[in-house]
Ligand binder design. Structure first.
Ligand code: HEM
Length: 516
C-alpha cells in the first residue's frame, strides 16, 4: 500500500480531488484532460463513459503527479484555466480563472448544490440521522439556510456573540501564557500553535452554539473534547478515501468507511450530550420561572433554534456539523496569521498600534466588535492571510442546468471544482503572489478581480459562519497582540501549506509569545 496523505481541498466536506499527495510508489489515481473544441459539451457525472474522454479529438490523459493544493497551480499552468480530471470513480471539471469562476457562480439557481457529499449523507441515512446545513440539499437545505442565516450570518447577529467570545479569547491568552516554555527551546516558545488554536476553535463555536464552556483551554483538557478534535481531523481523511473508492471496494477494504462512521458517531455523541445538557438546564430554568436571558451575557444558538421549534434530530444534525465547521477553519487561519505576523515584525508593529489606538486611552479591555470590524489593517491582514492560505482551497458546484463557462457548455449535473488556491496565487491578479502584503487590500496597486480570492465562497451557498469566523479572528488577534509580541522560533525554516481537506501547515508552527 503506498503511503498516502489525503489532502483534498474544500470546506468541510467537498471532494476536490486534487488533494492527494502520493508518497513512495505512485498510485494511478488521477488523470487530467485538457478540454478541446469551442463549445464542446463535457460529460455529465452520470453519462461520462470514461476517464479522460473529453470533447471530441481532445482527450489526452495527463500523467499523475504529487498532488496538493499546489497542483491546482500546476494544472492551470499546464492546461490553462479549464481542464477535466478524474479521481477514483469521480470526474470533475476544474476552473482556475476568476472570470470563469464568476461566470459559473453567477448562473447559480435558487438551491445551489456544492457536491454530492455522498459518504456524509450516506452516514446520515444509515444511522437515521438528520442532515445539517453542510450536507442537506434541495428544499431541506433552503429551509435550514433561511432559519440559520438570521441567527448567524447577518453582521448584527454575529455581533450578538461577542460577549460569549470575549471570555473564550481571555482564556486563550491565559492558556498561551501557560503553554510557554514547555519542552526545549526559548522560555516564551509555544509549540504547535495550531493544536492550541483547535482547542480555541472548538471552545469558541461550542460557546456560541451551546452556551456552555467545555474547558478546552483549561490546564487539563477534557478527554471528550480531544476525541472530538481528533475525529474532525480524521473524518476528512476517511471521507476522501471513501469517495475515491468504488463502492464494491468498500466490502474488500472496509477500513475508511468504518473510520468515517466511527468519527461521525463520535461527533454526534459529543453534540448530543451537550445539547441534552443545555435542554435540561433550560427546562429547569423555565420551571423556576427564569428566562434564558438570566443565564448570563452570552447568547447561544441552540436556544434560538429550540424557540423556532426545529425537530430535535435536525437541531442535533446542525449543531454537530456546525461544530465540525468551526474547528479547523478559524484555528488554521489564526495559526497562519500569527506565523506571517511573526515573520513581518513591521506589519505586526503597525497592527499593534492600530489595535491599541482602538482600545482608547487607559483602557485594557477588548475593543467592541464594531470597533474591531472597522480597523482597516486588521481587516486587510485577515484578507491577506485567507488569500495566501484559503482554508478551503478548492470549492465545488454541481449546476442544475446546462451553463456556459468561457468557451464551453457544461451540462447540468457535472461536478465543477473551483480552484481558489490557484486564482488567489495568480501573479496576474496579485503581484508577488507568494508574499504576505496586507497593503494590497488597502489600495496599494491595482485591485484584483473580485472573484480571485473567495475564501468564504459566494452566493446563496456561501459560508454560514463567515461573520462569526471574522469576529473570532479579529478578537483573538487583537487580544494576542495586546498581550504579546509574537516572534518566530529562532532558526526555524518556512512552513508550507498542505491540504488535509482543509489547508493546514505541513508541520508544526512554533512561535514565541513574548510579554509586552
Ligand atoms: C476562516 C474561517 C472559515 C472559512 C474560510 C470558511 C469557508 C467556507 C467555504 C469556502 C464554504 C463553502 C461556501 C460555498 O460553497 O460557496 C463554507 C461553507 C460553510 N461554512 Fe464555513 N468557513 C469558515 C468558518 C466557518 C465557521 C466558524 C462555521 C460555523 C459557524 C462555518 C460554517 C459553514 C457552513 C454551515 C457552511 C455550509 C453553508 C451551506 O452549505 O449553506 N464556517 N465555509
Amino acid at each position: 500500500m503506498p503511503a498516502l496523505r489525503p489532502a483534498p481541498p474544500f470546506c468541510p466536506s467537498h471532494p476536490d480531488f486534487l488533494g492527494w499527495e502520493v508518497r513512495e510508489r505512485g498510485l494511478q489515481h488521477q488523470s487530467h484532460t485538457p478540454l478541446g473544441s469551442r463549445s464542446s459539451r463535457f460529460q455529465t457525472r452520470n453519462s461520462a463513459p470514461g476517464v479522460g474522454a473529453g470533447p471530441a479529438g481532445s482527450p489526452r490523459p495527463a500523467s499523475s503527479g504529487p498532488l496538493l493544493a499546489l497542483s491546482q497551480v500546476r494544472g492551470a499552468s499546464r492546461f490553462g484555466p479549464v481542464w477535466l480530471a478524474s479521481f477514483g470513480t469521480v470526474r470533475t471539471v476544474y476552473l482556475a480563472a476568476p472570470t470563469l469562476v464568476e461566470q459559473l457562480l453567477r448562473q447559480e439557481g435558487p438551491r445551489p448544490e456544492r457536491c454530492s457529499f455522498s459518504p456524509w449523507a450516506e452516514h446520515r441515512r444509515r444511522r437515521q440521522r438528520a442532515c445539517g446545513l453542510l450536507t442537506a440539499e434541495g428544499e431541506e437545505w433552503q429551509r435550514l439556510r433561511s432559519l440559520l442565516a438570521p441567527l448567524l450570518l447577518r453582521p448584527q447577529a454575529a455581533a450578538r456573540y461577542a460577549g460569549t467570545l470575549h471570555g473564550v479569547v481571555r482564556d486563550l491568552v491565559r492558556r498561551l501564557r501557560r503553554q510557554r516554555g514547555l519542552g526545549a527551546g526559548p522560555p516564551a516558545l509555544v509549540r504547535d500553535v495550531a493544536g492550541e488554536f483547535y482547542k480555541f476553535g472548538l471552545e469558541g463555536i461550542a460557546a456560541v452554539l451551546l452556551g456552555s464552556r467545555l474547558g478546552c483551554l483549561e490546564a487539563e483538557v477534557p478527554p471528550d473534547t480531544e476525541t472530538f478534535i481528533r475525529a474532525v481531523g480524521s473524518v476528512f481523511v476517511s471521507t476522501l478515501l471513501t469517495m475515491a473508492m468504488p463502492s464494491w471496494l468498500r466490502r474488500v477494504v472496509p477500513g475508511p468507511w468504518d473510520r468515517l462512521c466511527r468519527d461521525w458517531d463520535q461527533m454526534f455523541a459529543f453534540a448530543q450530550q451537550h445539547v441534552e445538557q443545555r435542554e435540561a438546564e433550560m427546562a429547569l430554568r423555565s420551571q423556576l420561572g427564569k428566562s434564558e436571558e438570566d443565564a448570563g451575557p452570552g447568547a447561544y444558538l441552540t436556544y434560538f433554534l429550540l424557540r423556532k421549534e426545529l425537530p430535535a434530530a435536525s437541531i442535533l444534525g446542525n449543531v454537530t456539523e456546525l461544530l465540525l465547521a468551526g474547528v479547523d477553519t478559524v484555528s488554521n487561519t489564526l495559526s497562519w496569521a500569527l506565523y506571517e505576523l511573526s515573520r513581518h515584525p513591521e506589519i505586526q508593529t503597525a497592527l499593534h498600534a492600530e489595535i491599541s489606538a482602538a482600545l482608547g486611552p487607559g483602557s485594557s479591555t477588548q475593543p467592541s466588535a464594531t470597533a474591531l470590524s472597522q480597523l482597516p489593517l486588521l481587516k486587510a491582514v485577515v484578507k491577506e492571510v485567507l488569500r495566501l492560505y484559503p482554508v478551503v482551497p478548492g470549492n465545488s458546484r454541481v449546476p442544475d442546468k446546462d451553463i456556459y463557462v468561457g468557451e464551453y457548455i457544461i451540462p447540468k449535473n457535472t461536478l465543477v471544482t473551483l480552484c481558489h488556491y490557484a486564482t488567489s496565487r495568480d501573479p496576474a491578479q496579485f503581484p508577488e503572489p507568494n508574499s504576505f502584503r496586507p497593503a494590497r487590500w488597502l489600495g496599494e496597486g491595482p485591485a484584483p478581480h473580485p472573484f480571485a480570492s473567495l475564501p468564504f465562497g459566494f452566493g446563496k451557498r456561501s459560508c454560514m459562519g463567515r461573520r462569526l469566523a471574522e469576529l473570532e479572528l479579529q478578537m483573538a488577534l487583537a487580544q494576542i497582540l495586546i498581550h504579546f509580541e509574537v516572534q518566530p522560533e529562532p532558526g526555524s525554516a518556512p512552513v508550507r501549506p498542505m491540504t488535509r481537506t482543509v489547508l493546514v501547515p505541513e508541520r508544526s508552527i512554533n512561535l514565541q509569545f513574548v510579554d509586552r
